[in-house]
Design a protein around this ligand. Structure first.
Ligand code: ZN
Length: 88
């Protein structure tokens, strides 16, 4: 089964605010990564936090979605070229 999804995936790291924590001084020691998926539903933008495993699945699903949209656009353009330039 191939997954398909619109939206975007964000990967973030965080500083916890504790001055004694390594993350306060070392960017490489920041907490995370945390993943957030943003998507449109009913005309509104929603956000959802994902586990690393869910994020990997969504990364693939979003790549599939973009590839599919690109194919659909190419198909549409081809149809218009063929049909509208065909001799009567
Ligand atoms: Zn910290």
């Amino acid at each position: 089964m191939q997954y398909l999804s619109s939206g975007t995936l964000l990967k973030r790291t965080k500083v916890c605010g504790n001055p004694g924590c390594r993350c306060a001084h070392d960017p490489a020691a920041r907490h995370g990564p945390y993943y957030e998926w943003s998507y449109l539903k009913g005309g509104r933008l929603h956000h959802r936090n994902l586990t690393p495993k869910q994020a990997e699945l969504m990364r693939q699903a979003i790549a599939n979605y973009r590839r599919t949209k690109k194919l659909l656009r190419a198909w549409e353009v081809q149809t218009q070229l063929i049909e509208l330039n065909a001799p009567e």
